[in-house]
Design a protein around this ligand. Structure first.
Ligand SMILES: Cc1cc2nc3c(=O)[nH]c(=O)nc-3n(C[C@H](O)[C@H](O)[C@H](O)COP(=O)(O)OP(=O)(O)OC[C@H]3O[C@@H](n4cnc5c(N)ncnc54)[C@H](O)[C@@H]3O)c2cc1C
Length: 376
């Protein structure tokens, strides 16, 4: 039996816990300093832009494609296991392109996606108006419609992953910040971590996964291998309209100028998000950054510019979160912690943690269970 401790239960840690819970011969413990899904995950809009992203090869595309595939089986699997529906929008993503000079790039992406077996449609402004009459096409050069991309409620998803993992025998300890590690002498191949400490208990482990988002730096500092993951603030809001927008049978997520409009049903919409970088300070100081109201107002105005009817809506909620962004390396960070044989980092997912959580979980599973899986 391999004992694995996972530190951090946002969407990434929860996805890893669920995926590993499907492996035989694993005893899993998940620790979080709060409840599940309370970090960056709680603020996310859950828009999963895979086919419509400009990543076409290498690790960044591979992770997106793997997530897209795993999502197709994961959601029905979790719904059947937990009996709870996971709210999602599977009507695709419609992105408004305002620059005619960007069209050749979109056409080239369309060709590549067709070659990869995915659909991507380029619409004339008239077609955008016809399919989505609530959108203004002033200044719109084209609509890019990606029917296979989707949106999923991040809190529902995280809850379902945790419930699924619990059903498969995983132990969760909430309100238990990890404060230290037990490590043995460093050999040529690196040190080994044998246990993690919280204030009240010690969990023995053969392998450790750090999926702690913005908690990564302090944890890795404790291990003398600081891995900087800093915050990028995002604000979003919820708007209610008395009459829902557009055609009832076509309610995709819309994106214009990097502002998402996410239909939730019953005249409710999420709009967001801002991308606010901290001033040049230490990660510790940056974590204390607070939202600027005018930045959220800019996002609301930006959404109204392409969807004028939103102006009549009532803002029913506002929130912000801190995206975990790696410093000095590309997002996300899925790799062993330097100097250790049995500690894995699965962190720094920045703007795409919901999209990339399933692929991250598969990657971690393959790394941790590779030897065992080869034997079965
Ligand atoms: C406004 C906004 C909109 C977004 N929209 C999208 C979107 O549309 N699509 C998308 O894919 N992504 C989106 N994101 C990004 C996404 O939210 C993140 O990439 C994702 O949530 C990261 O997940 P995580 O599990 O790594 O981190 P988190 O959710 O932050 O989870 C980390 C967990 O680790 C725990 N932890 C930290 N330190 C310790 C410790 N010492 N001991 C125990 N536990 C610890 C924390 O309590 C927390 O629960 C958005 C983010 C924001 C802010």
């Amino acid at each position: 039996m391999k004992r694995i401790a996972i530190i951090g239960c946002g969407v990434v840690g929860a996805a890893i816990a669920y995926e590993l819970s499907l492996c035989p011969e694993v005893q899993l413990t998940v620790l979080d300093r709060a409840a599940s899904g309370q970090g960056s995950t709680a603020a996310a809009l859950g828009v999963a832009m895979a086919v419509i992203s400009h990543k076409v090869k290498g690790r960044n595309w591979r992770l997106r494609e793997q997530s897209l595939h795993r999502y197709q089986t994961l959601i029905p699997e979790l719904e059947a296991l937990t009996g709870q529906p996971i709210q999602r929008n599977t009507q695709g993503i419609l992105s408004l392109c305002f620059e005619a000079e960007e069209l050749p790039r979109w056409r080239s992406l369309q060709q590549i996606r067709h070659g990869q077996g995915y659909r991507l449609e380029l619409w004339e402004p008239e077609q955008v108006r016809d399919r989505s009459p609530h959108l203004s096409t002033d200044g719109v050069a084209a609509g890019i419609f990606s029917p296979e991309d989707f949106q999923i409620n991040p809190k529902d998803l995280t809850r379902a992953l945790v419930a699924g993992a619990v059903a498969n025998g995983v132990e969760f300890h909430f309100d238990q910040p990890v404060v230290g590690f037990e490590t043995n002498e460093s050999g040529e191949e690196g040190a080994v971590c044998t246990a993690v400490h919280t204030a009240s208990q010690t969990i023995a482990a053969d392998a450790i996964v750090i999926s702690a988002g913005l908690g990564t730096l302090p944890l890795t500092q404790t291990l003398a291998q600081p891995t900087a993951v800093g915050p990028v603030l995002g604000q979003a809001l919820r708007i209610h309209l008395n009459s829902p927008l557009g055609k009832p049978d076509f309610q995709p997520v819309v994106n214009g100028h990097d502002i998402h409009l996410v239909p939730l049903g019953n005249g409710d919409y999420w709009v967001g998000a801002t991308v606010e970088f901290p001033p040049e300070t230490s990660v510790e100081e940056a974590l204390a950054m607070r939202p600027e109201a005018e930045r959220l107002e800019e996002v609301r105005a930006g959404a109204i510019a392409y969807c004028p009817a939103l102006a009549a809506g009532k803002v029913t909620d506002r929130w912000f979160g801190l995206r975990p962004r790696p410093q000095g390396q590309a997002a996300p960070v899925i790799q062993p912690l330097t100097g250790y044989r049995n500690i894995w980092l699965a962190t720094g997912h920045y703007r795409n943690g919901v999209l990339l959580a399933p692929a991250t979980a598969l990657a971690v599973r393959d790394k941790l269970m590779g030897d065992e899986r080869d034997r079965h």
